[in-house]
Design a protein around this ligand. Sequence first.
Ligand code: ADP
Length: 222
Amino acid sequence: MSTKILQINQVSKHFVLGTSEIPVLKDVSFEIEEGSTVSIVGPSGSGKTTLLGLCAGLDQPSEGTITLNGIQLTGLNEDQLAAVRNEHVGFVFQNFQLLPTLTALENVLVPLELRGLKPNERDALALLQRVGLGHRADHYPSQLSGGEQQRVSIARAFANKPKILFADEPTGNLDAETSQSIEEMLFELNRESGTTLIIVTHDLDLAAKTQQIIPIKGGKIA
Ligand code: ADP
């Protein structure tokens, strides 16, 4: 039996700037199977990042409903949303977003600390080893290459064993060869752990490797 990990129902989003409303997403609906790989594709400015943020519980839609792992996000307050994110969601960003004052190992421990769990350095180190960076555990982000920083951020994203991982242009800042290895790592972790993978990308080759493609154009499903 298939299980829906994410259900987006007639979602619209506008931002308010002064007295005007800027419409960004209009009537977007789709469903995502647990454990699948999905890409959200479309031109720059079409609303992909906004959509990802709504799906991940970083923001609320103006209209419509979003259900993640059976939990309706719509109507939850900031603290409730943060609790859902900390428990169920992992993130990988284009610019890595590691904390510069923490080592690679300490960065991987952050999601567990946010959940109030006892930091388990052995598990965090195992994750760093899994992404090929066990020997860089004590390095700070500034001492790592872009590809290495992204691998740390992937280890961090998996630290809380998320049901679903959102990646926003995860290879956007990396050279072709490094991009390839980061992509392979994400797909491998999806296969191994069953974590649903949702990637925003404008790379159609990457999108073609995912099981479901959601094309967005002008804030609508194209
Ligand atoms: P994409 O990821 O496809 O490039 P975005 O979701 O980042 O698109 O942005 C879609 C549109 O929404 C853009 O026109 C952008 O300027 C606008 N937008 C995004 N975030 C905000 C915000 N916080 N306030 C106002 N406008 C925003």
